[in-house]
Design a protein around this ligand. Structure first.
Ligand SMILES: C[S@@+](CC[C@H](N)C(=O)[O-])C[C@H]1O[C@@H](n2cnc3c(N)ncnc32)[C@H](O)[C@@H]1O
Length: 238
């Protein structure tokens, strides 16, 4: 089975698990890019009032709902898992300004009008970057902003890969049990090079460490701009 099929099955099982348990999850009162509420918040996305924004791999949709309610953004939230989508629609299906889309992210990017801002809280690493990044670059306006968080080092101290290949990681289930996913946990310079191949320029990478010094768990938050080719090429002749 290929990595993305494994992930699709795992996220569908994950959503079913939470639907069956009717897991209570609190609202987001502060945007969290890592696994804990530390580090930068929603301000890194800039002024979102009235802007078209895409949440890629939106899961339950809590971050998207927060941006709609607190920042006046118009958010499309795309997720490929039918059970995650069911959780999201049960919770936010009537929130004006939020559109919950059940689709593969690449399929959605290929048919959507371009976005000013695209972000992802731990969604990118489940999708083959060679498949995702061309579609992502085409769906982001020139000058537009891409911000995403990804795993860098696991709790057992395993650092990122230096080659573009997925690897098995554990997705724990509340109440016990675990699923296996296959993730692209890549070194920052590998992400930077992949993004650069599609005109996506990394401006800053934040380190999001676990608050406990004894826990090696660490994420990275990438701040990326779509190169504005019209400006990069300088003034045009008549
Ligand atoms: C770690 S969860 C992200 C949770 C969410 N961003 C949040 O902040 O609560 C990853 C999500 O990515 C979704 N996903 C994985 N592959 C996808 C794909 N190809 N297209 C769209 N969503 C995908 C999964 O279904 C899952 O809900």
């Amino acid at each position: 089975m290929d990595a993305e099929t494994t992930n699709s099955r795992a996220w569908t099982a994950y959503g079913s698990h939470h639907l069956e348990r009717a897991t209570a999850v609190p609202e987001v009162d502060r945007f969290t890019w890592g696994f804990r509420p530390t580090g930068p918040g929603a301000e890194v996305l800039g002024d979102l009032a009235g802007r078209r924004v895409l949440d890629l791999g939106s899961g339950l949709g809590r971050h998207a709902a927060h941006l709609v309610r607190e920042h006046g953004a118009l958010v499309d939230a795309v997720d490929a898992s039918p059970t995650q989508h069911r959780r999201a629609t049960a919770r936010y299906g009537r929130l004006p300004g939020l559109t919950l889309v059940l689709a593969d992210a690449v399929d959605h990017l290929e048919r959507a009008a371009p976005y000013e801002v695209i972000y992802s809280v731990h969604g990118l690493a489940y999708i083959d970057p060679h498949r995702l990044l061309p579609a992502l670059a085409a769906a982001l306006r020139p000058g537009g902003r891409l911000v995403f968080s990804v795993l860098h080092t696991t709790s057992d101290g395993r650092g990122p890969s230096t080659t573009v290949a997925p690897r098995p990681e554990i997705l724990p289930l509340a109440g016990g049990g675990r699923l296996t996913v296959r993730m692209w946990v890549l070194a920052p310079d590998v992400w930077e090079s992949l993004l650069g191949d599609h005109g996506l320029v990394v401006h800053r990478i934040d380190v999001l460490d676990a608050p406990e010094e004894s826990d090696p768990l660490s994420c990275r938050l990438f701040h990326v701009r779509h190169r504005d080719l019209s400006r990069a090429s300088g003034p045009r002749g008549a």
